[in-house]
Design a protein around this ligand. Sequence first.
Ligand code: AMP
Length: 213
Amino acid sequence: MRLIFIGPPGVGKGTQATLIKDHFDILHLSTGDILREEIAQQSTVGIKAKSFMDRGYLVPDNILLEMMEKRLQQPDSENGYLLDGFPRTIPQAEGLDDILERTNQVLDAVVSIELDTDTIVKRLSSRRSCKQCDSITNLLFNPPKTEGRCDICSGELVQRSDDKDEVVLNRLTVYNEQTAPLLDYYTNKGLIITIDGQGDIAVIKNNILEVLA
Ligand code: AMP
């Protein structure tokens, strides 16, 4: 199974991606997570990516394509994968098509999760992640048992620098201008599945599984 998850920031992509990869036992590759790890390690890629990410802009296509080409050649991707946050531009989608062709692989589906802008902004401004284990929680929808502390490991809960209101609005503009055109790109290939991102997490997961069956 090879899947792509597309949707604006805050739509619940990462949450659903984690559930669906567990269901199919495939690799979950979140380019946002990979880039944040590169930044933590102060690698060359991380240093280049940081200034774009802090301002809510996309990291240049050539950096992403080189990073993902290397990642998708590793043996753990052989049984399938779920790409979360990649591709995010038409050149990235074309680059991914080249990689797939060269490795004799095909995509099974592109899952597009949709949600209205007001709900997205509300979700992102109340989203917190654990400094220690990276798990995500939401102060409004899934508040931690102890204020400011992760339910899983008691690590400190922090707001991602790009979840601050002014950066969120920029990320949404970037999504509409650069990523939304991918919906037509994959519709033309007959791969798009559209899912309503509003509502209960388990119900949304089941809706995704139903259409993938
Ligand atoms: P995410 O965690 O998916 O919301 O990604 C956080 C940030 O990482 C984005 O706002 C971008 O700056 C950067 N990023 C993640 N994936 C990509 C991508 N495919 N292309 C360019 N930038 C990306």
